[in-house]
Design a binder for this molecule. Structure first.
Ligand code: LMR
Length: 326
């Protein structure tokens, strides 16, 4: 029976994790890139491991590898197809080399809030996207919301023109790159594990992320301030591979999927509270948050508006309309 691994260092992780599974149990590695204890993905991953390790004790054993300790952004999807890891929860913004359709989740200001995003994922169109990459061998088990995103930089960003000429780290998403360019700034795609160092050394001037990532990875400590732009969604695809799922006995597979559904539901119910807590944690830690008034917010919306048109063909108008109307 595996214990959930929350804060172990690399090196110790592999041996400790392996040591906790009983002989005969199918070992399932869940790798992700986030850290800390208060992050929604950390909590959901650990909940999933705990549930499986209790309810499928003797049959299956989940080991959680947080903070890119097993695989980081660049390798994890290939590793899943190779069978080196069985579960991932990457951001929907990291699937550009497999599908353009996920760009819908990245369109700036398409979701008013997390509830609108959840409604979209539960719609016919959203559910359809869950297994958009079936041909590749990926199976979507559920969408885990992370939060809305906020810009931070080494200077206050009150209006989009304040970002002119700055370099922003982005995930590997064409939509995100276009959005940064629309602000007159320059996008620098980079793995999540490298962001703190890049901000600290000035390789980039800013980044965009959720309260939970900005707090748990301490980005606020190496930035002037964070602006409450709410400009984009961050959500994850909790996923496995077809090959792994097919390798399970029917009863185990059924229970595994049922637990995934439960944990997904629970994670999405709790996500807003977790984000609010991490926003407060940033303030308690001395971080500065710039709150926008309606006129300022409108300027951000207008600056990013042209991005939708650029991706209309690649994503599909129907999908965009469904998401925007959620
Ligand atoms: C990022 O790369 O900024 C995020 O996708 C990290 C994460 O998984 O929350």
């Amino acid at each position: 029976l595996a214990q959930v691994l929350a804060t172990v260092t690399f090196g110790a992780t592999a041996s400790l994790a392996a040591a906790n599974c009983d002989p005969g149990e199918t070992v399932v590695k869940l790798s992700h890139v986030t850290g800390g204890t208060t992050h929604p993905k950390v909590v959901a991953s650990n909940n999933f491991a705990e549930r499986v390790n209790k309810e499928l004790n003797g049959k299956m054993c989940v080991e959680v590898y947080p903070s890119s300790t097993l695989f980081g952004d660049s390798k994890e999807l290939e590793a899943l197809l190779l069978g080196d890891v069985q579960l991932l929860a990457p951001s929907l913004s990291k699937f550009g080399s497999y599908t353009e359709k996920f760009g819908v989740f990245d369109l700036p200001f398409i979701f008013k809030d997390i509830d609108a995003a959840i409604r979209f994922t539960q719609s016919k169109e959203g559910m359809g996207l869950l297994n958009e990459m079936e041909d590749v061998g990926f199976v979507g088990l559920g969408y885990w919301m992370s939060g809305m995103k906020y810009f931070s930089a080494n200077k206050p960003l009150i209006e989009p023109t304040d970002a002119k000429g700055l370099k922003f780290r982005v995930q590997t998403s064409d939509v995100a790159k276009a959005m940064i360019k629309a602000m007159g700034a320059s996008p620098q795609p980079m793995a999540f594990s490298e962001v703190y160092g890049a901000l600290q050394t000035g390789v980039v001037d800013g980044q965009e992320n959720t309260w939970s990532n900005i707090y748990t990875k301490k980005f606020f400590e190496v930035q002037d301030s964070v602006t409450e732009t709410n400009h984009q969604l961050l959500a994850y695809l909790f996923m496995t591979s077809r090959e792994f799922l097919d390798s399970l006995d029917d009863d185990v597979r059924e229970q595994f999927i049922a637990i995934a559904n439960d944990v997904t539901l629970q994670a999405n119910l709790e996500v807003k509270e977790k984000e609010a807590n991490n926003r407060q944690n940033i303030l308690n830690g001395g971080g500065v948050i710039n709150v926008l008034n309606a006129a300022q917010r409108e300027k951000w919306v207008n600056a990013m508006k042209p991005v939708w048109k650029q991706f209309e063909k690649a994503i599909g108008k129907d999908l965009i309309n469904a998401a925007a109307g959620s």
